[in-house]
Design a protein around this ligand. Structure first.
Ligand code: BGC
Length: 893
């Protein structure tokens, strides 16, 4: 007995010693242990970790199990693919939990142990039995009260699984037996509600008890019927909100039961007297009904809910991460404004809301008015909110401490004006919560320059504030829409900072849903504007550019496949709108918000930088066609490759005929014109170098200031770096007077990216309040260049997309003494950190298992390069191919 035990121990020890290959971060459809997956063939991914270098997967085996029963086994598949491996078994049944396990073999002779994860399928369309229910209250309107619903039921048997499927025409919150279900907010999020609606699935097994149970929900207007856009359009998707709820119970004896929404549900008015996206929320604690969500509550005098005949065939399970609470903030300062108002400063421009604990007399009313900036006279600045009231109003119960927090609204703010609070303000009573889609934060970037680090933070906060289920332009004024242009220019940067794969995959479905029949993609998605059907360069083109960027950043071919028809229709729209392949028709936003002389008194004498609208459009036409060619190559659509390659030649030729002189001068002598022409290879090769020189001369003429707008900015520094003028790119990055990236930080302590280069001018007055946001991420598109060129982390495209084949090429400059970047990719962490000390450069690089990297060394002195003390042989072009592992290189500069 003893001997066998010893033997077992020895085997165990031996096994651990040899098992150096492990698997981690298993995902299904890019999510960890998701429930409510309605993909027919869910895609599995895992990461390899090993102490060894140069590790590559050579084979994998996946098994999918329902309980103990294996429902599908892939067998041993010889491939290095460790991401997006699709299930290939029989059709998966509705609402069923599966575990899946995987093991892999590598090129070092190692085999991993099995690693496992699980997923649960969604409800099949035919399995919805629930009825839509509404309150039926006359005052349940867009400006009216929020209703609450209850359903009591009893279970008699032991429960093994309880899953709730919920959605709303509106926004819902839900409790089971008095406990909040899940930690998501503003559910079901925002989609093109008239085309499709997402529902969420929650595991409530631990909340349901054997015996009495109560389901309780509140139902707000949300994007469904709140006014949207500046035209005061209400009830865009419908006048009446409604709830759809289905609880699927599985008992220990294998039997099943469903609890569904229907007219047996009870309804009453809640304490939320008003809730609206732009204007905020009013909560009246006097109207609170104690224990209304508990099993013991008697709801006999509540009204019955009204069943509605709304469709349920347009429901899809959520594919993206829900909105959750993230960072919390306490006021860093409480002070009186010049006008005597009490102001809280949370120190960070953020998006979310403020909770409050307060005590006072019944009827006391405390109003929190949210805003972004103090004006130069020391007063709160509300004008840029336009008609959005952005207020939370809390009415006290008079019975001890009341706790308040909004439910169906959100605010973009750094400051809060407090009205109606009696006595001294205790900062401890206020907590600000940042709300945003729960994407994994994947990128980190830091340098020796504090202002650049703040810029990086501001870019990330711009993303947090504007990635609330939909990529929006701004989060504070009466707008907050899915502006396509903003999302398009920021999409690469966004995909460094966060894993935005599912976030974009979800939004792109709405791009398809809202595409006009003529192929044009609207200016905002979900489309709530009454214009079109036209597509503007750089805006609707998001329908082509973002799927491709998602493919490059995450290697997700399915997004390209799903979007390909939409992409093609969109480019065909341009093809038709163009005359002889010259896109010079229709409305264009062009290089939106580029530098204009009148913008600021700070720089009198500099000329406005206005680029011809159609010159810009032609460059984007070429860009779009190029991306269709790339996508067609990835998807093996060879006919399309040929067709569009021909078209591309013609589009570029037309550009040259129309906008370029024989010597290569462009009709618009602006940075944007040269940047776009160079970025998209619009010029004959022989004329590119002179164009770079013209670009640099132009930048110099503005004394090293940028003048680009939304469409030129993302490519400004990449073009300079690509054409050997990294020195100028760094000068622009480090410029700290207007117009520049660092000006808002240096002059005004900005904590987010602004809509305009001078949203607050050098003299501390504001730009036109009609369009002056302090949280607009578009100019933050420089983040992409910072990761790619300063830290040097990039991916190859095509087969190497999604960091399967990594490119690491840092460009030293700008007087920085160190820079470090890291990125959590689908394979694991890629990192690049360089540091200059005593004339030597130390460069630490990390390459995850199952990838390869091509490094370009940031020195001319290639013979000086060592790694762990050993001389390295580097190709004469300064490159080296490497496998996975951690490396520390030292070199002379
Ligand atoms: C938005 C933008 C958007 C633009 C289009 C503005 O109101 O805030 O960021 O792209 O309109 O012109």
């Amino acid at each position: 007995m003893k001997k066998t035990f010893l033997l077992f121990l020895c085997m165990l020890a031996a096994n651990t010693a040899f098992t150096q290959l492990k698997l981690q971060n298993l995902t299904t459809e890019n999510l960890k242990n998701p429930i409510g997956i309605d993909a027919e063939k869910p895609r599995f991914a895992w990461q390899l970790i090993s102490d060894k270098k140069n590790v590559k997967q050579t084979a994998y085996e996946i098994q999918v199990k329902n309980g103990k029963k294996v429902v599908w086994s892939s067998g041993k598949v010889n491939t290095s693919n460790s991401v997006f491996n699709a299930y290939q078994g029989e059709k998966l049944p509705s609402n069923t939990r599966f575990t899946w396990q995987v093991r892999v073999w590598d090129n070092q002779g190692q085999t991993s142990e099995w690693a496992s994860a699980n997923f649960q399928t969604a409800l099949n369309k035919g399995d919805w039995k629930a009825k839509w229910i509404s309150s039926g209250f006359a005052n349940d309107t867009v400006n009216g009260v929020v209703p609450m619903f209850r359903k009591s039921f009893e279970t008699k048997k032991k429960i093994v699984n309880a899953t709730a499927f919920v959605t709303a025409r509106g926004l819902y919150e839900i409790q089971v037996n008095g406990k909040r279900v899940g930690d998501a907010f503003l559910t079901p999020g925002w989609t093109s509600y008239n085309k499709h609606l997402q529902y969420q699935a929650y595991d409530v097994t631990n909340l349901i008890t054997s015996g009495k149970n109560a389901i309780a929900t509140t139902l707000g207007s949300g994007w469904y019927r709140t006014r949207l856009a500046w035209l005061h359009q209400q009830n865009i998707y419908g006048k009446e909100t409604a709830l759809l709820f289905q609880l699927e119970l599985t008992y220990s004896d294998g039997s099943k039961e469903s609890i569904v929404s229907d007219n047996s549900w009870k309804v009453a008015e809640s304490d939320i007297r008003f809730a609206e996206i732009y204007d905020g929320e009013v909560i009246d604690a006097r109207k609170r009904i104690a224990n209304w969500a508990s099993t013991t509550f008697n709801d006999t005098d509540w009204k019955n809910a009204v069943e509605k005949n709304f469709p349920s065939d347009y429901l899809n399970a959520s594919v993206n991460e829900p909105i959750k609470k993230h960072e919390t903030f306490k006021p860093v300062k409480v002070f009186k404004a010049t006008n005597g108002k009490t102001i809280l400063d949370f120190g960070q421009n953020l998006v979310g809301w403020v909770s409050l604990s307060a005590q006072g007399k019944a009827e006391d009313k405390i109003t929190l008015s949210h805003f972004e900036m103090m004006d130069k006279f020391g007063n709160p600045y509300f004008d840029n909110l336009r008609s959005a009231k952005a207020q939370a109003t809390y009415i006290l119960s008079g019975n001890g401490k009341d706790f308040f927090e909004p439910h169906f609204t959100f605010f973009g703010f750094r400051f809060v004006q407090v009205d109606g609070a009696s006595g001294n303000i205790n900062p401890e009573d206020f907590t600000a919560y940042a709300l945003y889609s729960d994407m994994e934060q994947t990128g980190n970037f830091e340098t020796s320059n504090a202002l650049v680090n703040q810029l990086q933070k501001n870019i990330q906060w711009g993303q947090k504030g504007n990635f609330l289920d939909v990529p929006t332009d701004c989060p504070q004024r009466d707008e907050r829409l899915g502006w396509t242009g903003d999302a398009e220019v920021f999409s690469r940067t966004a995909s460094y900072n966060f894993n935005a794969n599912q976030f974009f995959a979800k939004w792109l479905k709405d791009v398809t849903a809202d595409q006009f029949p003529n192929g044009a993609v609207p200016h905002v998605i979900p489309n709530v504007l009454n214009d079109g059907p036209t597509q503007a360069a750089g805006w609707g083109d998001a329908g082509i550019i973002i799927p491709y960027n998602v493919y490059v950043a995450f290697g997700d071919k399915q997004v390209l496949e799903n979007q390909y028809e939409t992409m093609k229709k969109s480019v065909e729209y341009i093809h038709k709108a163009a005359k002889n392949d010259l896109w010079n028709t229709g409305f264009q936003f062009a290089d939106w918000l580029s530098y204009r002389v009148d913008d600021s008194k700070g720089m009198i004498g500099m000329k406005s930088a206005i680029t011809d609208n159609y010159l810009v459009a032609q460059c984007f036409y070429a860009y779009n066609v190029q991306l269709i060619i790339n996508a067609a190559k990835v998807l093996g659509k060879t006919d399309d490759v040929q067709t569009y390659e021909k078209l591309l030649v013609s589009v570029k030729k037309q550009f040259q005929n129309e906008y370029m002189t024989a010597s290569g001068r462009l009709i618009s002598e602006t940075q944007t014109a040269y940047v776009l022409a160079l970025q998209f290879d619009m010029l004959p090769e022989s004329l590119r170098q002179q164009a770079v020189e013209r670009l640099v001369e132009n930048i110099k003429s503005y004394n090293y200031h940028l003048t680009t707008g939304f469409l030129g900015t993302p490519f400004l520094n990449p073009v300079l770096s690509r054409f050997g003028r990294n020195d100028v790119a760094y000068k622009l990055l480090l410029q700290d007077t207007y117009p520049s990236w660092l000006y808002p930080i240096k002059a005004h302590g900005a904590t987010t990216i602004w809509e305009r280069w001078d949203s607050m001018k050098p003299d501390s007055t504001f730009q036109d309040p009609g369009m002056t946001s302090f949280n607009h991420y578009a100019y933050g598109a420089v983040g992409d260049w910072m990761y790619r060129n300063i830290a040097g982390i990039d991916t190859k495209e095509f087969d190497g997309a999604g960091y399967k084949e990594i490119v690491i090429k840092p460009q030293i400059g700008g007087g920085l003494t160190y820079a470090k970047g890291s990125l959590k990719t689908n394979y694991g962490v890629v990192a690049s950190a360089w540091k200059i000390e005593n004339g030597k450069l130390t460069w630490e690089v990390e390459i995850p298992a199952n990838t390869t990297a091509t490094l370009t060394f940031p020195t001319q002195k290639l013979s000086s390069i060592t790694e762990s003390g050993t001389k390295q042989s580097v190709a004469s072009d300064g490159t080296m191919a490497l496998g996975s592992g951690k490396y520390t290189f030292v070199m002379d500069l």
